[in-house]
Design a protein around this ligand. Sequence first.
Ligand code: ADP
Ligand code: MG
Length: 266
Amino acid sequence: MATKAKTDGAQALKQLTYLASALKAPRITEAAGRLADHARDAGWTHEEYLAAVLDREVAARNASGASLRIRAAGFAARKTIEEFDWDAQPAVRQQVASLASGGFLTEARNVVLLGPPGTGKTHLATGLGIAAAHHGHRVLFATATDWVTRLTDTHRGGRLPQELARLRRYGLIIIDEVGYLPFDQDAANLFFQLVSSRYEHASLILTSNLPFSGWGGVFGDQAVAAAMIDRIVHHADVLTLKGASYRLRNRGIDTLPSIKTQDTAH
Ligand code: ADP
Ligand code: MG
């Protein structure tokens, strides 16, 4: 009797291996085998057992989907929210924690990170991007200058509308370092089109060393800057980071007047 049960069990597992590979879900075989004894010992119902097996497959798929999305995003460096030292920026901790839960993406809201160099804007933008990828959103990261270069190329190729439509399928676009370099009029116009095409459709995260009042100088025109800021901040969380550069902490240099002046001048 025991031998027959064993043979039946082995047969069933063999069939499971075949069925799982037909479903392109090979992890089901492994989970089914591993959880079977545990299920018997713990007295699980059939439904509980099936749910536990499928749960392993779904979790593994989500994890590999997230790592693909993170690789495809083009982050300059992989920085996570968990790695962020809140002692340096205590004021934004709650806000970042709630953004990391991903609600802003489903509402197509934006996030703007402002503050002097080295205060963690790129780090937090990247961390929120990684969290978004874990929540199942496609993400693209590039600097403002890179975005303008890409859009200029597609515009020259006559494919700007298609490209903007394609980009709308990304739940999150991160534009790092707005204001680092000023834009000419064509560049400012392309940037404006990117912002407009996402307005109330999909989220943006922008970072800048400049307060909004300095954006007119970047876009060469106060009216263009005002129209853009209007669309960006209509549904947005604006986080202002403060203090000295984290890069220079504990080195004594953050107290040098020359560095201080440089920080605040940006
Ligand atoms: P910003 O974009 O504001 O110029 P970054 O995000 O590039 O600054 O930060 C500069 C460096 O310091 C990065 O390596 C970043 O990971 C690190 N950093 C900045 N702030 C923090 C922080 N609060 N906790 C941990 N690392 C930080
Ligand atoms: Mg930065």
